[in-house]
Design a protein around this ligand. Sequence first.
Ligand SMILES: Nc1nc2c(ncn2[C@@H]2O[C@H](COP(=O)(O)OP(=O)(O)O)[C@@H](O)[C@H]2O)c(=O)[nH]1
Ligand SMILES: [Mg+2]
Length: 401
Amino acid sequence: MAATPINATKGVRQNDIIVAFMGPTGSGKSFFIDLLTGQVGRRAGNTLKSVTSVIEATRMPLPGDPEKRDIVLVDTPGFDDTTRSDMEILSMISEWLKKTYESSIKLSGLIYLHRITDNRMAGSPYKNLRMFGELCGDLVMTQVVLVTTMWERVAADIGRAREEELKASFWKALINRGSNVDSLKTATPEEAWRVVQEVVDRRLKKEAAEVVLLQEELVDNGVKLNETHAGKALYTDLQKQLAEQKESMKSLIAQVEKSNDPHLTKELKKEYDRIQKDFDRTFLEAETLKRSLLDKIMSFLFSKATKSSRCQVHLEAGRNIRHPSLSRPSGVAGTMNCVLDCIQCIISQITFLFIASTAWPKEHTLRIFSDSHRLGNRPSSTHARRACVSLALPVLDTDEL
Ligand SMILES: Nc1nc2c(ncn2[C@@H]2O[C@H](COP(=O)(O)OP(=O)(O)O)[C@@H](O)[C@H]2O)c(=O)[nH]1
Ligand SMILES: [Mg+2]
């Protein structure tokens, strides 16, 4: 079975069986593909660092297929890549989904991997699952298999209990919309092929493959990435990160003010600078996804409804509320929501202007606001906005910075 690397966009054909692997970095996506292609050690890494930072596709004959079709295994980077930002990952995945769909190519299946060794659903696994639900939507869920990996590294009963917990909580919304659950109990090619065969069989039983929500939004409805559910979800996530980074900076400032130890002060300042850098990066990422008031109004007035609805995954275990498609709210409640959204947006823009005009003195009161040294005493407007975010504006609860 010869496996050949191909271009994930131009190298795929309409009659290929395309299976995409998604999930957090280190969940075993590349390792799984290595098992399938019989090339153990080719792609997978041994550290927590990301090895796959672009979308990689491998073509090989689909074993036992009477029609002699090829299977294309697509390895995607997770939303916590050590070398690329979440925004870059989302752009990359969306670009790939868009281009393939424009060539009338649909995914046959999606395999979402999760380490059974993770004892809680926090940070990266949660973010990846949430983004997966937002970008896939419900229609394609019938082609999804949620697979737990690394069973050799956990006691079987603990693993089973965790799997049950996942099914009853975080995975519930996805399972309710038709995704299957499986596990890679032993890391062998046979086990890996069994899982893939299940995906292929499910697809072949159906007449046609379903569309991914992000494809529908980008191609059929022609909206920009920041108007898609995945784009909005990432934007909210970035705002949360900004709020957390802001809190960390505040607490470091408080510690520096209390500290009499020059060594400790130096270390705290170093840590502050590191968080400030992260904050700046997150801020720029959020800026690229930010929607203007005009965009919001235009999308409210003219956006078309999508066939798929998002699959929303909540952090609170067991609380998987079904949400209708939010691309075009319907009914009185939907309209009210949108009107409130616009009012909130106008208020936050006014608040922003007000704070922007008053933020300068506040900024100068900060003893260690590293950027002010770099940019001098007359900060740029971007800097002022950044200062607003880091000092004054409640980032978490508003949709606008
Ligand atoms: N024992 C075991 N190790 C695994 C399994 N899946 C992945 N690994 C290991 O986990 C590490 C990260 O896997 P990798 O495929 O690079 O993760 P990716 O970031 O999702 O592509 C590698 O060292 C793999 O050998 C599994 O099912 N069982
Ligand atoms: Mg990888």
